[in-house]
Design a binder for this molecule. Structure first.
Ligand SMILES: C[S@@+](CC[C@H](N)C(=O)[O-])C[C@H]1O[C@@H](n2cnc3c(N)ncnc32)[C@H](O)[C@@H]1O
Length: 193
């Protein structure tokens, strides 16, 4: 994280409240607005490191919470983690075995940026499609899904694919997102199964 961001208000508030990153507030906003998580949900968080969404999720459900990331996630009480690639079927299988049944999948994963806007956007959309496939493989009917994406030429395609699998689909630009970012969240409710 560059020094440009390290002193901004959202970052400082996250640190003050004990969250591992400013991303925590985006999930809090999404839950306040869309009520995607219920008290007994088992939840998978894709692209979960360093773990601030996991911290929020732990407060929202009494069910099991599992975080998956390419990078290690420092221990959080009451949370399971897998270090691995969300696109690999073996990781998806392992996640399902660990949780048994899954009612919510959230995904804040983002590929490393190259600086080439259209290339980065295409890779982000491709990762989003992988996350959607993951969710469709593990979710039980009626389950909910949240995914981070980026607005651009390929975004409507991802939105359309999400609509094929969920009865209700909304988009949301979080207030905690940095100004000028094209970041947008897709919320899919009520998985068709
Ligand atoms: C913005 S961070 C997530 C922040 C997190 N929501 C939090 O609150 O702490 C994006 C993460 O996506 C992860 N990621 C990117 N591609 C991935 C993949 N194919 N499989 C698993 N994780 C991935 C990165 O390693 C990175 O940690």
């Amino acid at each position: 994280m560059g020094s440009q961001w390290s002193r901004d208000k959202v970052y400082l508030r996250a640190k003050h409240e004990g969250f591992r990153s400013r991303a925590s507030f985006k999930l809090i906003e999404i839950q306040d607005k869309f009520a995607i998580i219920r008290r007994d949900d088992n939840i998978i968080d894709l692209g979960a490191a360093p773990g601030s969404w996991l911290q929020v999720l732990r407060t929202l459900t009494d069910g099991r919470v599992l975080g998956i990331d390419l990078n290690p996630i420092a221990t959080l009480e009451g949370i399971d983690t897998i270090e691995g690639d969300l696109t690999e079927p073996v990781i998806q299988q392992k996640a399902l075995e660990m949780l048994g049944s899954v009612s919510v999948v959230v995904c804040d994963a983002a590929p490393k940026l190259s600086g080439h806007k259209s290339y980065d956007q295409a890779r982000a959309i491709a990762l989003g499609e992988e996350a959607l496939a993951f969710a469709c493989n593990v979710l039980k009917p009626g389950g909910n899904f949240v995914i981070k994406s980026f607005q651009g030429v390929d975004f409507p395609e991802l939105l359309g694919q999400t609509r094929e699998h969920f009865y209700v689909v909304k988009t949301y630009s979080a207030k905690a997102t940095r100004k000028g970012s094209t970041e947008i969240y897709v919320i899919g409710k009520n998985f068709k199964g």
